[in-house]
Design a protein around this ligand. Structure first.
Ligand code: HH2
Length: 289
């Protein structure tokens, strides 16, 4: 980064992410039961191969997870989660220069993953588990703080808000404050409204429509709508793998409304869509036109 380059960036354990355009986070679920690709890459060789495929498709970073957080999911025991993800992170960290995020809420997994080569922590519980804030602060890597109402097991039973955007905004503001008080630098914090985590389609649409509100928190925003149930409801696509076009559309809207990171299964399609978006946004438009 030159002396005068003021572009914000994330230092992911030495692997730098420049926030000069929306970034594509490729999902590597090392799980037997993820909602859209469970079992497809749950063995280390398959997970590493999938991660490298997403790199080849143009991902800016990878998100490796060993515990499904789909509606109804049960918690995965610590030892099992470690068994699933650590070897995959070790191998991916050696085979790609891209930053690798660990999608976990357990502090022990955070520590082991960063030790193994991860350079970002993505926590769907926004560091609310015992020891998570302390672990993240000591590891010194960027963290994603995501909103969830309830627990994966029951969060979709009857999600309810007085004002979903205001409620999520307040929660994330509180978690950013808690993270800073724990010693996590604000430049290392990313927030995420948590599409589908205790939200119905109306809630998700309100959050997407007002996504710019979350940029008021002064940190990058991550959006993860990929192949989710709301995309299926709005498009009539029953099968998650058939929700690519809807997911790409939703993520383009998220980018348009300030998202800095898009968490996606379908990297190639998203990268292509963003190439169009980047090309158009680079065209100078005369003022007042
Ligand atoms: N920050 C963030 N992390 C997330 N992790 C998992 C999922 C769920 O999607 P997926 O990983 O595909 O499914 P599963 O949890 O079943 O593995 N969504 C998000 C999200 O929206 N934001």
């Amino acid at each position: 980064m030159s002396m005068f380059d003021t572009t914000p960036q994330l230092d992911c354990a030495g692997r730098i992410l420049k926030l000069d355009r929306p970034l594509v986070m490729g999902i590597v679920n090392v799980t037997p039961d993820s909602f859209s690709d469970g079992g497809a890459h749950d063995k280390p060789d398959a997970a590493v191969a999938h991660g490298l495929k997403l790199v080849a498709e143009g991902a800016d970073l990878l998100d490796v997870g060993g515990e499904s957080t789909r509606p109804g999911a049960e918690e995965v025991p610590l030892e099992e989660e470690l068994r699933r993800v650590i070897a995959v992170i070790e191998r991916l960290a050696k085979e790609t220069p891209l930053p690798i995020s660990i999608d976990t809420s357990k502090p022990e997994v955070m520590r082991a993953a960063v030790e193994a080569g991860a350079g970002m922590i993505n926590d769907v519980y926004a560091m609310r588990r015992e020891g998570a804030l302390e672990a993240a602060a000591s590891l010194g890597v960027p963290v994603v703080l995501m909103h969830m109402q309830g627990q994966p097991r029951s969060m979709q039973a009857a999600p309810d808000y007085d004002d979903v955007v205001g409620d999520v905004h307040r929660f994330l503001a509180e978690r950013v404050f808690a993270a800073e008080m724990a010693g996590i630098a604000k430049k290392n914090i990313i927030v995420d409204p948590g599409f589908g985590f205790g939200k119905n389609t109306a809630h998700n649409l309100a959050l997407l429509a007002q996504l710019e509100r979350f940029s008021e928190l002064g940190v990058p925003v991550l959006a993860g709508l990929s192949r989710k149930r709301s995309i299926g409801e709005l498009t009539g696509r029953e099968l998650p793998r058939e929700r690519v076009a809807g997911s790409v559309a939703a993520h383009l809207i998220a980018a348009q409304r300030g998202a800095s990171v898009l968490r996606v299964h379908d990297v190639a399609a998203t990268v292509d869509a963003l190439k169009i978006w980047n090309a158009v946004t680079a065209v100078p438009v005369p003022r007042g036109k």
